[in-house]
Design a protein around this ligand. Structure first.
Ligand SMILES: *Cc1c(COP(=O)(O)O)cnc(C)c1O
Length: 397
Protein backbone atom coordinates (compact mmCIF):
# COMPACT_ATOMS: atom_id res chain seq x y z
CA UNK A 1 0.00 0.00 0.00
CA UNK A 2 1.41 3.43 -0.92
CA UNK A 3 2.05 6.05 1.75
CA UNK A 4 -0.87 8.19 0.50
CA UNK A 5 -3.24 5.24 0.64
CA UNK A 6 -1.94 4.22 4.06
CA UNK A 7 -2.83 7.65 5.44
CA UNK A 8 -6.43 7.22 4.31
CA UNK A 9 -6.53 3.64 5.55
CA UNK A 10 -5.36 4.75 8.98
CA UNK A 11 -8.19 7.32 9.20
CA UNK A 12 -10.59 4.54 8.22
CA UNK A 13 -9.15 2.36 10.97
CA UNK A 14 -9.77 5.06 13.53
CA UNK A 15 -13.02 6.63 12.39
CA UNK A 16 -14.94 4.58 9.82
CA UNK A 17 -16.94 1.57 10.90
CA UNK A 18 -15.04 -1.47 9.69
CA UNK A 19 -17.62 -2.76 7.22
CA UNK A 20 -15.59 -2.58 4.00
CA UNK A 21 -12.08 -3.61 3.07
CA UNK A 22 -10.81 -1.38 0.23
CA UNK A 23 -7.29 -1.67 -1.15
CA UNK A 24 -6.90 1.54 -3.18
CA UNK A 25 -8.36 5.05 -3.41
CA UNK A 26 -9.47 6.44 -6.75
CA UNK A 27 -8.71 9.92 -7.96
CA UNK A 28 -10.21 10.22 -11.42
CA UNK A 29 -12.25 8.24 -13.90
CA UNK A 30 -12.86 8.53 -17.65
CA UNK A 31 -14.95 5.99 -19.56
CA UNK A 32 -13.76 2.51 -18.62
CA UNK A 33 -10.49 3.71 -17.05
CA UNK A 34 -9.67 5.08 -13.61
CA UNK A 35 -6.59 6.52 -11.97
CA UNK A 36 -5.82 5.93 -8.31
CA UNK A 37 -4.31 8.58 -6.04
CA UNK A 38 -0.81 7.37 -6.89
CA UNK A 39 -1.45 7.84 -10.60
CA UNK A 40 -1.75 4.12 -11.37
CA UNK A 41 -4.24 3.39 -14.16
CA UNK A 42 -6.77 0.57 -14.17
CA UNK A 43 -9.48 -0.73 -16.42
CA UNK A 44 -12.58 -0.50 -14.27
CA UNK A 45 -14.64 -3.62 -14.95
CA UNK A 46 -16.75 -3.00 -11.85
CA UNK A 47 -18.37 0.26 -13.00
CA UNK A 48 -19.06 1.21 -9.39
CA UNK A 49 -20.79 -2.17 -8.94
CA UNK A 50 -22.88 -1.78 -12.09
CA UNK A 51 -23.86 1.82 -11.35
CA UNK A 52 -21.98 3.54 -14.20
CA UNK A 53 -23.71 2.16 -17.28
CA UNK A 54 -22.13 4.87 -19.44
CA UNK A 55 -18.72 4.75 -17.77
CA UNK A 56 -16.98 7.35 -15.66
CA UNK A 57 -17.69 11.02 -16.33
CA UNK A 58 -19.75 10.70 -19.50
CA UNK A 59 -19.85 14.35 -20.62
CA UNK A 60 -23.63 14.42 -21.22
CA UNK A 61 -24.41 12.97 -17.81
CA UNK A 62 -21.97 15.28 -16.07
CA UNK A 63 -23.47 18.26 -17.91
CA UNK A 64 -27.03 17.28 -16.95
CA UNK A 65 -26.10 17.02 -13.26
CA UNK A 66 -24.13 20.26 -13.37
CA UNK A 67 -26.97 22.20 -14.97
CA UNK A 68 -29.46 21.14 -12.29
CA UNK A 69 -26.91 21.64 -9.51
CA UNK A 70 -26.54 25.27 -10.58
CA UNK A 71 -30.32 25.81 -10.33
CA UNK A 72 -30.83 24.04 -7.00
CA UNK A 73 -29.46 20.82 -5.53
CA UNK A 74 -32.62 19.70 -3.80
CA UNK A 75 -36.13 20.92 -3.07
CA UNK A 76 -37.99 17.86 -1.65
CA UNK A 77 -41.27 16.37 -2.76
CA UNK A 78 -43.21 19.32 -1.35
CA UNK A 79 -42.86 20.79 -4.85
CA UNK A 80 -43.22 19.51 -8.39
CA UNK A 81 -39.98 18.26 -9.89
CA UNK A 82 -40.00 18.57 -13.70
CA UNK A 83 -37.13 16.10 -14.14
CA UNK A 84 -39.05 13.52 -12.09
CA UNK A 85 -42.11 14.00 -14.29
CA UNK A 86 -40.11 13.51 -17.49
CA UNK A 87 -38.18 10.56 -16.05
CA UNK A 88 -41.38 8.79 -15.00
CA UNK A 89 -42.83 9.46 -18.46
CA UNK A 90 -39.69 8.01 -20.06
CA UNK A 91 -39.75 4.92 -17.81
CA UNK A 92 -43.43 4.46 -18.69
CA UNK A 93 -42.52 4.53 -22.37
CA UNK A 94 -39.76 1.96 -21.80
CA UNK A 95 -41.82 -0.36 -19.56
CA UNK A 96 -45.13 -0.19 -21.36
CA UNK A 97 -47.07 2.16 -19.11
CA UNK A 98 -45.82 1.51 -15.56
CA UNK A 99 -45.95 4.25 -12.94
CA UNK A 100 -42.87 5.16 -10.89
CA UNK A 101 -42.07 5.88 -7.25
CA UNK A 102 -38.55 7.19 -6.69
CA UNK A 103 -36.28 6.46 -3.74
CA UNK A 104 -32.54 6.48 -3.08
CA UNK A 105 -31.18 2.97 -2.76
CA UNK A 106 -31.96 -0.48 -4.00
CA UNK A 107 -32.99 -1.77 -0.60
CA UNK A 108 -35.36 1.16 -0.18
CA UNK A 109 -37.00 0.54 -3.56
CA UNK A 110 -37.50 -3.13 -2.72
CA UNK A 111 -39.01 -2.23 0.67
CA UNK A 112 -41.50 0.06 -1.04
CA UNK A 113 -42.34 -2.57 -3.64
CA UNK A 114 -43.11 -5.01 -0.80
CA UNK A 115 -45.21 -2.32 0.93
CA UNK A 116 -47.32 -1.89 -2.23
CA UNK A 117 -47.69 -5.68 -2.52
CA UNK A 118 -48.91 -5.81 1.11
CA UNK A 119 -51.32 -2.96 0.48
CA UNK A 120 -52.76 -4.92 -2.43
CA UNK A 121 -52.94 -8.09 -0.33
CA UNK A 122 -54.50 -6.50 2.73
CA UNK A 123 -58.18 -6.96 1.81
CA UNK A 124 -57.53 -10.71 1.53
CA UNK A 125 -55.31 -10.87 4.64
CA UNK A 126 -52.21 -11.82 2.68
CA UNK A 127 -48.74 -10.35 3.17
CA UNK A 128 -46.03 -12.99 2.79
CA UNK A 129 -43.50 -12.63 -0.03
CA UNK A 130 -41.58 -15.60 -1.36
CA UNK A 131 -37.91 -14.88 -2.13
CA UNK A 132 -35.07 -17.16 -3.20
CA UNK A 133 -32.07 -18.80 -1.60
CA UNK A 134 -28.82 -17.07 -2.67
CA UNK A 135 -30.84 -14.01 -3.70
CA UNK A 136 -29.92 -10.48 -2.72
CA UNK A 137 -32.34 -7.63 -2.06
CA UNK A 138 -30.40 -5.19 0.16
CA UNK A 139 -29.38 -4.56 3.75
CA UNK A 140 -32.24 -2.85 5.57
CA UNK A 141 -33.80 -5.09 8.22
CA UNK A 142 -36.72 -6.12 6.03
CA UNK A 143 -34.48 -6.70 3.01
CA UNK A 144 -32.08 -8.74 5.18
CA UNK A 145 -35.14 -10.84 5.95
CA UNK A 146 -35.91 -11.01 2.22
CA UNK A 147 -32.31 -11.99 1.43
CA UNK A 148 -32.07 -15.71 2.10
CA UNK A 149 -28.36 -15.83 2.91
CA UNK A 150 -26.96 -16.70 6.31
CA UNK A 151 -24.00 -14.30 5.90
CA UNK A 152 -26.40 -11.35 5.38
CA UNK A 153 -28.79 -12.24 8.21
CA UNK A 154 -26.41 -13.53 10.88
CA UNK A 155 -26.32 -11.46 14.07
CA UNK A 156 -29.33 -9.27 13.39
CA UNK A 157 -32.19 -11.21 14.97
CA UNK A 158 -35.06 -10.76 15.28
CA UNK A 159 -35.64 -10.02 11.60
CA UNK A 160 -38.99 -8.74 10.35
CA UNK A 161 -41.41 -11.49 9.37
CA UNK A 162 -43.37 -11.87 6.18
CA UNK A 163 -40.89 -13.69 3.94
CA UNK A 164 -40.63 -17.34 2.93
CA UNK A 165 -37.82 -18.89 0.92
CA UNK A 166 -37.71 -21.18 -2.06
CA UNK A 167 -34.95 -22.52 -4.32
CA UNK A 168 -34.08 -20.62 -7.49
CA UNK A 169 -34.98 -22.43 -10.72
CA UNK A 170 -36.99 -24.96 -8.71
CA UNK A 171 -40.71 -24.54 -9.27
CA UNK A 172 -41.68 -27.37 -6.91
CA UNK A 173 -40.00 -25.60 -3.98
CA UNK A 174 -42.00 -22.46 -4.82
CA UNK A 175 -45.25 -24.43 -4.83
CA UNK A 176 -44.32 -25.86 -1.45
CA UNK A 177 -43.69 -22.36 -0.03
CA UNK A 178 -47.07 -20.94 -1.08
CA UNK A 179 -49.70 -20.77 1.67
CA UNK A 180 -52.86 -18.77 2.45
CA UNK A 181 -50.72 -15.77 3.54
CA UNK A 182 -48.67 -15.57 0.32
CA UNK A 183 -49.17 -12.35 -1.61
CA UNK A 184 -46.22 -12.19 -4.00
CA UNK A 185 -43.07 -13.77 -5.38
CA UNK A 186 -39.97 -11.56 -5.63
CA UNK A 187 -37.24 -12.72 -7.97
CA UNK A 188 -34.06 -11.46 -9.63
CA UNK A 189 -33.99 -12.35 -13.36
CA UNK A 190 -30.29 -13.07 -12.76
CA UNK A 191 -28.98 -13.52 -9.22
CA UNK A 192 -26.13 -11.01 -9.24
CA UNK A 193 -24.60 -10.99 -5.77
CA UNK A 194 -25.52 -14.65 -5.37
CA UNK A 195 -23.06 -15.66 -8.09
CA UNK A 196 -24.44 -14.55 -11.49
CA UNK A 197 -27.04 -17.30 -11.80
CA UNK A 198 -29.67 -16.92 -14.53
CA UNK A 199 -33.29 -17.86 -14.06
CA UNK A 200 -34.40 -20.17 -16.86
CA UNK A 201 -37.29 -19.04 -19.05
CA UNK A 202 -39.25 -22.14 -18.01
CA UNK A 203 -38.82 -21.22 -14.36
CA UNK A 204 -39.94 -17.63 -14.89
CA UNK A 205 -42.89 -18.78 -17.00
CA UNK A 206 -43.73 -21.24 -14.24
CA UNK A 207 -43.67 -18.45 -11.66
CA UNK A 208 -45.93 -16.31 -13.83
CA UNK A 209 -48.36 -19.23 -14.24
CA UNK A 210 -48.35 -19.86 -10.49
CA UNK A 211 -49.01 -16.18 -9.82
CA UNK A 212 -51.98 -16.26 -12.16
CA UNK A 213 -53.36 -19.46 -10.69
CA UNK A 214 -52.97 -18.37 -7.04
CA UNK A 215 -53.66 -14.65 -7.58
CA UNK A 216 -50.16 -13.54 -6.52
CA UNK A 217 -48.05 -10.63 -7.71
CA UNK A 218 -44.82 -11.28 -9.60
CA UNK A 219 -42.17 -8.83 -8.41
CA UNK A 220 -38.78 -8.50 -10.05
CA UNK A 221 -35.67 -7.02 -8.52
CA UNK A 222 -33.87 -5.50 -11.53
CA UNK A 223 -31.57 -3.38 -9.41
CA UNK A 224 -28.48 -4.96 -10.92
CA UNK A 225 -29.88 -6.26 -14.22
CA UNK A 226 -31.82 -3.13 -15.22
CA UNK A 227 -30.77 -0.17 -17.37
CA UNK A 228 -29.27 -2.18 -20.20
CA UNK A 229 -26.83 -4.35 -18.23
CA UNK A 230 -28.01 -7.59 -19.84
CA UNK A 231 -28.47 -6.18 -23.35
CA UNK A 232 -32.07 -5.01 -23.06
CA UNK A 233 -33.24 -2.02 -21.03
CA UNK A 234 -34.81 -4.42 -18.51
CA UNK A 235 -33.81 -8.08 -18.25
CA UNK A 236 -37.46 -9.20 -18.22
CA UNK A 237 -37.77 -8.08 -21.84
CA UNK A 238 -35.65 -11.10 -22.80
CA UNK A 239 -37.93 -13.48 -20.88
CA UNK A 240 -41.46 -14.68 -21.64
CA UNK A 241 -42.88 -12.87 -18.57
CA UNK A 242 -43.66 -9.35 -17.48
CA UNK A 243 -43.60 -8.54 -13.75
CA UNK A 244 -46.47 -6.75 -12.00
CA UNK A 245 -43.88 -4.51 -10.37
CA UNK A 246 -40.11 -4.21 -10.61
CA UNK A 247 -37.33 -2.18 -9.06
CA UNK A 248 -34.39 -0.29 -10.54
CA UNK A 249 -31.46 1.31 -8.75
CA UNK A 250 -27.75 0.83 -9.39
CA UNK A 251 -27.30 2.29 -12.90
CA UNK A 252 -30.47 4.41 -12.90
CA UNK A 253 -28.90 7.60 -11.56
CA UNK A 254 -25.67 7.56 -13.58
CA UNK A 255 -23.64 7.26 -10.38
CA UNK A 256 -25.92 9.36 -8.17
CA UNK A 257 -28.12 7.58 -5.62
CA UNK A 258 -31.51 6.97 -7.23
CA UNK A 259 -33.89 4.03 -7.25
CA UNK A 260 -37.39 3.39 -8.50
CA UNK A 261 -40.35 1.07 -8.08
CA UNK A 262 -42.25 0.62 -11.33
CA UNK A 263 -45.77 -0.72 -10.96
CA UNK A 264 -48.75 -1.55 -13.12
CA UNK A 265 -51.00 1.54 -12.94
CA UNK A 266 -53.80 -0.30 -11.07
CA UNK A 267 -51.30 -1.24 -8.31
CA UNK A 268 -49.73 2.22 -8.28
CA UNK A 269 -53.17 3.77 -7.89
CA UNK A 270 -53.77 1.97 -4.58
CA UNK A 271 -51.52 4.64 -3.08
CA UNK A 272 -52.67 7.94 -1.65
CA UNK A 273 -50.64 11.01 -0.70
CA UNK A 274 -48.60 10.32 2.44
CA UNK A 275 -48.53 6.54 2.18
CA UNK A 276 -44.97 6.28 0.82
CA UNK A 277 -42.29 8.90 1.07
CA UNK A 278 -38.62 9.74 1.36
CA UNK A 279 -36.88 13.11 1.69
CA UNK A 280 -34.33 12.71 -1.07
CA UNK A 281 -36.35 10.40 -3.33
CA UNK A 282 -36.17 11.55 -6.93
CA UNK A 283 -33.64 14.26 -6.16
CA UNK A 284 -33.61 16.59 -9.20
CA UNK A 285 -29.88 16.13 -9.93
CA UNK A 286 -30.31 12.34 -9.80
CA UNK A 287 -33.40 12.46 -12.05
CA UNK A 288 -31.57 14.73 -14.53
CA UNK A 289 -28.71 12.21 -14.53
CA UNK A 290 -31.14 9.32 -15.13
CA UNK A 291 -32.69 11.08 -18.12
CA UNK A 292 -29.20 11.62 -19.54
CA UNK A 293 -28.31 7.94 -18.91
CA UNK A 294 -31.37 6.74 -20.84
CA UNK A 295 -30.70 9.24 -23.61
CA UNK A 296 -27.08 8.05 -23.96
CA UNK A 297 -28.09 4.36 -23.92
CA UNK A 298 -30.59 5.01 -26.73
CA UNK A 299 -28.54 7.46 -28.79
CA UNK A 300 -25.32 5.45 -28.64
CA UNK A 301 -27.10 2.12 -29.29
CA UNK A 302 -25.66 0.71 -26.10
CA UNK A 303 -28.10 -2.21 -25.85
CA UNK A 304 -26.85 -3.68 -29.11
CA UNK A 305 -23.28 -2.81 -28.16
CA UNK A 306 -23.71 -4.52 -24.78
CA UNK A 307 -24.83 -7.75 -26.43
CA UNK A 308 -21.83 -7.61 -28.78
CA UNK A 309 -19.09 -6.82 -26.25
CA UNK A 310 -20.81 -9.12 -23.73
CA UNK A 311 -20.12 -11.96 -26.13
CA UNK A 312 -16.54 -10.77 -26.55
CA UNK A 313 -16.09 -10.74 -22.77
CA UNK A 314 -17.54 -14.22 -22.29
CA UNK A 315 -15.51 -15.65 -25.17
CA UNK A 316 -12.34 -14.00 -23.88
CA UNK A 317 -12.83 -15.45 -20.42
CA UNK A 318 -13.85 -18.85 -21.79
CA UNK A 319 -10.63 -18.93 -23.81
CA UNK A 320 -8.72 -18.92 -20.51
CA UNK A 321 -10.43 -22.16 -19.53
CA UNK A 322 -8.20 -24.08 -21.96
CA UNK A 323 -5.10 -23.10 -19.99
CA UNK A 324 -6.49 -22.82 -16.47
CA UNK A 325 -8.49 -25.75 -15.10
CA UNK A 326 -9.10 -23.53 -12.04
CA UNK A 327 -11.86 -21.87 -14.10
CA UNK A 328 -14.96 -24.04 -13.93
CA UNK A 329 -17.53 -21.99 -15.81
CA UNK A 330 -18.20 -18.62 -17.41
CA UNK A 331 -21.82 -17.49 -17.29
CA UNK A 332 -24.11 -14.49 -17.40
CA UNK A 333 -25.79 -12.25 -19.94
CA UNK A 334 -24.71 -9.05 -21.64
CA UNK A 335 -22.15 -7.32 -19.44
CA UNK A 336 -23.12 -9.10 -16.23
CA UNK A 337 -20.64 -11.94 -16.37
CA UNK A 338 -19.45 -14.35 -13.70
CA UNK A 339 -16.45 -16.66 -13.77
CA UNK A 340 -16.81 -19.62 -11.45
CA UNK A 341 -13.46 -20.70 -10.02
CA UNK A 342 -12.30 -23.60 -7.93
CA UNK A 343 -10.39 -21.56 -5.36
CA UNK A 344 -10.72 -18.06 -3.95
CA UNK A 345 -12.39 -15.47 -6.19
CA UNK A 346 -11.01 -12.71 -3.96
CA UNK A 347 -7.45 -13.85 -4.67
CA UNK A 348 -8.06 -13.53 -8.42
CA UNK A 349 -9.66 -10.11 -7.99
CA UNK A 350 -6.56 -8.98 -6.08
CA UNK A 351 -4.16 -10.35 -8.72
CA UNK A 352 -6.16 -8.68 -11.52
CA UNK A 353 -5.96 -5.40 -9.63
CA UNK A 354 -2.19 -5.69 -9.35
CA UNK A 355 -2.21 -6.36 -13.11
CA UNK A 356 -4.29 -3.23 -13.80
CA UNK A 357 -7.87 -4.51 -14.02
CA UNK A 358 -10.59 -3.92 -11.43
CA UNK A 359 -13.23 -6.63 -11.09
CA UNK A 360 -15.16 -7.89 -8.05
CA UNK A 361 -16.53 -11.04 -6.50
CA UNK A 362 -20.05 -12.46 -6.33
CA UNK A 363 -19.68 -14.88 -3.45
CA UNK A 364 -16.58 -16.89 -2.51
CA UNK A 365 -16.03 -18.65 -5.84
CA UNK A 366 -17.30 -16.28 -8.53
CA UNK A 367 -15.34 -13.42 -10.08
CA UNK A 368 -17.78 -10.85 -11.46
CA UNK A 369 -17.13 -8.57 -14.44
CA UNK A 370 -19.36 -5.50 -14.91
CA UNK A 371 -17.73 -3.22 -17.50
CA UNK A 372 -19.48 -0.01 -18.51
CA UNK A 373 -21.94 -0.68 -21.35
CA UNK A 374 -19.99 1.63 -23.64
CA UNK A 375 -16.59 -0.02 -23.23
CA UNK A 376 -14.95 -0.25 -26.67
CA UNK A 377 -13.99 -3.57 -28.19
CA UNK A 378 -10.39 -2.39 -28.23
CA UNK A 379 -10.35 -1.49 -24.53
CA UNK A 380 -12.09 -4.72 -23.61
CA UNK A 381 -9.60 -6.84 -25.52
CA UNK A 382 -6.75 -4.96 -23.82
CA UNK A 383 -8.34 -5.61 -20.42
CA UNK A 384 -8.79 -9.29 -21.33
CA UNK A 385 -5.08 -9.55 -22.18
CA UNK A 386 -4.23 -8.04 -18.80
CA UNK A 387 -6.55 -10.53 -17.09
CA UNK A 388 -4.77 -13.36 -18.95
CA UNK A 389 -1.44 -12.04 -17.66
CA UNK A 390 -2.80 -12.03 -14.11
CA UNK A 391 -3.90 -15.65 -14.46
CA UNK A 392 -0.41 -16.45 -15.70
CA UNK A 393 1.09 -14.73 -12.63
CA UNK A 394 -1.22 -16.62 -10.29
CA UNK A 395 -1.44 -20.07 -11.87
CA UNK A 396 1.27 -20.18 -14.57
CA UNK A 397 4.11 -22.68 -14.44
C1 LIG B 1 -27.30 -3.98 -5.11
C2 LIG B 1 -28.56 -4.70 -5.06
C3 LIG B 1 -29.55 -4.40 -4.11
C4 LIG B 1 -29.33 -3.40 -3.01
O1 LIG B 1 -29.13 -2.10 -3.47
P1 LIG B 1 -28.59 -0.99 -2.45
O2 LIG B 1 -28.59 0.26 -3.26
O3 LIG B 1 -27.23 -1.43 -2.01
O4 LIG B 1 -29.54 -0.95 -1.32
C5 LIG B 1 -30.74 -5.08 -4.17
N1 LIG B 1 -30.97 -6.03 -5.10
C6 LIG B 1 -30.06 -6.35 -6.03
C7 LIG B 1 -30.39 -7.36 -7.06
C8 LIG B 1 -28.82 -5.70 -6.04
O5 LIG B 1 -27.90 -6.05 -6.94
Amino acid sequence: MSKKTEEIASLYDQYVMPTYAPAIALKHGAGSKVLDIDGIQYYDLTSGIATLACGHCHPEITAAIEAQLKDFAHASNLYYNPHMATLAQTLARLSGGYKSFFANSGAEANENMVKIARLWGQPTGRYEVITFNKGFHGRTLAMCAATAQEKIQHGFDPLPTGFAYADYNDLESVKAAINEKTVAIMVEPIQGEGGVIEATNEFLQGLADLCKEKNLLLLMDEIQTGMGRTGSMFAWEQTPVKPDMFTLAKALGGGLPLSAVLARPDLADLLKPGMLGTTFGGNPCACAAALAVINVIEKENLLEHTRKVGEQLREGLEALMDTYPQILEVRGRGLLVGMVVEGSAAEIVEECRLGGVLCCTAGAHVVRFLPPLNISEKNLSEALEMIADSFDQLFGE
